[in-house]
Design a protein around this ligand. Structure first.
Ligand code: FCB
Length: 463
């Protein structure tokens, strides 16, 4: 096993994480389950998107995915082999409420019931995310996240799900990465529902946050022990820190990537520099009296997904980036860093800085890294997948988490993205993030070298 360790990973000093540190891995329903039309499930916005030619790499879809719906027992066995203490997964809204807002479909909940029992029998703590992007298409047909009602329906989904699983699931997450749902889904159109309307994006942003608050209240009422939300956060640096325009550009992007999601939940208000964007795009009226009190319902844990740092500069005439609606005049120069198979720049110091910043700017909320990982061009050779770059990525980022803890960040755990290769949204099956390799022709699973390496990290509670 240690033979696969690249030289740079074999760091001179040993790092040990705090006692009780939670180790695990994450997935999401649409990315792994398959069984798209089984037991009463209706189409989600990703089923629709993947049927529109050219939207998803090679027109791939989640129809079969990793067939986890049928193979979950084997998959839990793999988790046991890895020694995971926590498994973060999401529930499919269109399984549990096939018409989005109406009656509960017990067969949909049955699947998660079986999965939770299997996990508990293996000594693995389930961590349930209510919404990881698979909105029922029927709700999109009624406006999706631009409609205020969708927020209330998420609250209902929370109530129905905790009523069934709450006796066995302690840790709950309302939303995964509302930045993606709002800004990739409704502004850049890269994600389902694929709309390109900045006003819709800001309406969606607010309704997602309101939905979070309503779901958090329903989870509390249902007896949840830990309530959380997960954001994709990053460090946004100005290219020239001495240039006031570059600093303004960084502040704007930081507002849209980080603070628009953090401030309402943890401070009960939108950042003063972000509110004018709601106004400019005609979404200010969506924020009604009392909404922010709901959104600021106390949480117990903040989930942090981190993949890459951001670098920006001011540039007259720059069109900005559609995924940051309102970012005209902001340019995103090349960072000059090594990149992953997604072309995402690698810099683990960004993770450390994000965690330290959160504990400084939003004190009192424990943190958990709920996703972190990398895609590479993995090759299955016989029974082995050698993925030294992924090991190096994980090792670097785990050192960064440890460094953040030393700098005072209150980090309680780390979940790798992902347990296994899966449907990577618009990239289809073309990008592999897994610790476990999936041969999609046969559904055979093979532990990558990184999986064996990660199992050792977990056993040692360090590296
Ligand atoms: C995150 C998503 C997750 C996966 C990783 C690579 O933004 O939450 O589903 O796609 O990126």
């Amino acid at each position: 096993m240690t033979s696969v360790l690249p030289q740079e990973v074999a760091a001179p000093s040993r790092l040990t994480f705090p006692p009780g540190f939670r180790w695990g891995a994450a997935t999401a329903s649409y990315q792994i389950e398959g069984a798209a039309a089984e037991d009463g499930r209706t189409p989600s916005i990703w089923d629709t998107m993947s049927r529109q030619p050219g939207r998803v790499f090679r027109n791939h879809s989640g129809d079969v995915a990793c067939d986890h719906y049928h193979r979950y027992r084997d998959d839990v066995r793999l988790m046991s082999e890895l020694g995971l203490g926590t498994y973060r997964f999401s529930v499919a809204w269109p399984r549990i409420k096939p018409d989005g807002s109406g009656p509960v479909n017990p067969r949909g909940l049955d699947f998660y019931d079986r999965l939770v029992d299997e996990l508990l029998a293996a000594g693995i703590a389930p961590m349930v995310t209510l919404y990881h992007w698979d909105l029922p298409q029927v709700l999109e047909d009624q406006g999706g996240w631009t409609a205020r009602d969708t927020a209330y329906y998420l609250g209902d989904l929370a109530a129905a799900t905790i009523a069934r699983l709450g006796d066995r699931v302690a840790t709950w997450t309302t939303l995964n990465e509302p930045w993606c749902s709002a800004f990739l889904g409704y502004a850049s159109g890269d994600h389902a529902p694929g709309r390109r309307e900045p006003q819709a994006a800001y309406l969606a942003a607010h309704h997602l946050l309101l939905g979070h608050g309503l779901a958090a209240q329903a989870l509390r009422a249902g007896g949840a022990r830990e309530v959380s939300i997960t954001h994709v956060l990053t460090r946004v640096s100005p290219q020239n820190p001495h240039d006031a325009h570059d600093r303004d550009a960084a502040r704007l992007v930081d507002g849209l990537q980080n603070r628009i999601w953090l401030d309402p939940v943890l401070r009960g208000q939108y950042p003063a520099d972000v509110l004018p964007l709601f106004e400019r795009f005609g979404a200010l009226d969506a924020i009604r009296d009392g909404d922010l009190d709901v959104i600021a319902t106390p949480i117990d844990l903040l989930g942090v997904n981190y993949y890459q740092p951001a670098l920006v500069r001011a540039k007259v005439g720059a069109v900005g980036q559609a995924s940051y609606p309102g970012s005209e005049g902001v340019d995103f120069p090349p960072q000059g860093l090594p990149v992953t198979g997604m072309d995402w720049p690698i810099d683990a110091t960004g993770l450390s800085d994000v965690l330290v910043r959160l504990s400084r700017d939003y004190p009192g909320t424990p943190l958990m890294v709920t996703e972190n990982g990398s895609a590479y061009h993995d090759l299955l050779e016989g029974d082995r997948v050698a993925d030294p770059e992924r090991i190096a990525y994980f090792a670097g980022h785990l050192r960064a988490v440890h460094h953040a803890v030393e700098r005072g960040a209150d980090v309680r755990g780390y979940l790798a993205w992902s347990l296994m290769d899966n449907f990577e949204w618009a990239y289809g099956y073309g990008k592999r993030f897994g610790l476990v390799y999936v041969d999609y022709d046969t559904q055979r699973r093979v532990l990558k070298d990184s999986a064996r390496w990660y199992a050792q990290v977990i056993r040692d509670n360090g590296l």
